[in-house]
Design a protein around this ligand. Structure first.
Ligand SMILES: C[S@@+](CC[C@H](N)C(=O)[O-])C[C@H]1O[C@@H](n2cnc3c(N)ncnc32)[C@H](O)[C@@H]1O
Length: 214
């Protein structure tokens, strides 16, 4: 685990902070895709006001801060300690928003019915064996809870893709929408939708977006 944490620390050190304002003039927003000002908004999660929300791999907390501003009670976890420090420096005064340094499966263990919404944006839902993660997310959610996540789609190119410099340390579970739906249904999730949304221009790669309920 130390090697994985160190890999994510190196990743964090190379990231540019998110802009203060987006193209619509908003100071907080949810960005599900790898492209700025693109993709669905927080409505993918359903109403969040008053809901207990957990983000796995929240990075600097910019997505979660938006949900807290909408009235959700939010916890963001990230395995990289420097991400928590950045998240707290930027969003520490937002009510209903806390950050912890934790690995996703360790955090989720023994937390039955702790959350109404769990999300992961290019986070541990992509980097954790679903055989381990999905049952833990399922038991951490309340009845009628929502689990949503996004990441790059599996490549049609048979050559290994290297989205991260740390690809040899960090494992990735690249499933198609159809495979994700089957995995989630096997883990007793319902109302599963999984698809690839188009990129902002025809040259780019789409984004896999998955949503399921308990
Ligand atoms: C590609 S970044 C995405 C960050 C953020 N969700 C965003 O959209 O900007 C992936 C994040 O997940 C965190 N992460 C990866 N594996 C994790 C795990 N098993 N448990 C907790 N955090 C993890 C990394 O430290 C990193 O901050």
């Amino acid at each position: 685990m130390e090697a994985v944490t160190a890999a994510w620390e190196r990743y964090a050190a190379g990231r540019t902070p998110r802009r203060d304002v987006n193209a619509a003039g908003a100071t907080t927003w949810v960005n599900w895709t790898q492209y700025p000002d693109h993709g669905p908004d927080e409505s993918l999660l359903g109403p969040v006001c008053g809901r207990r929300v957990l983000e796995l791999g929240c990075g600097t907390g910019c997505n979660l801060a938006h949900l807290a501003m909408l009235g959700a009670q939010c916890v963001g976890i990230d395995v990289a300690p420097s991400q928590r420090a950045k998240a707290e420096a930027r969003w520490g005064t937002v009510p209903g928003l806390t950050f912890q340094t934790a690995e996703a499966t360790e955090f989720l263990t023994d937390r039955p019915d702790n959350f109404d919404v769990v999300l992961s944006i290019f986070g541990p839902a992509w980097f954790t064996d679903p055989a381990t993660l999905l049952p833990l997310v399922r038991q951490a959610l309340s009845a009628g809870g929502v689990f949503a996540f996004s990441h790059r789609p599996p490549s049609a190119d048979p050559r290994p893709r290297q989205p991260l410099r740390e690809a040899r340390t960090v494992s990735r579970w690249d499933y198609s929408p159809h495979e994700w739906a089957a995995l989630l249904e096997s883990a007793r999730f319902t109302h599963v939708t999984a698809g690839i949304i188009d990129p902002p221009d025809s040259e780019g790669e789409g984004t896999l977006v998955v949503r399921a309920e308990t």
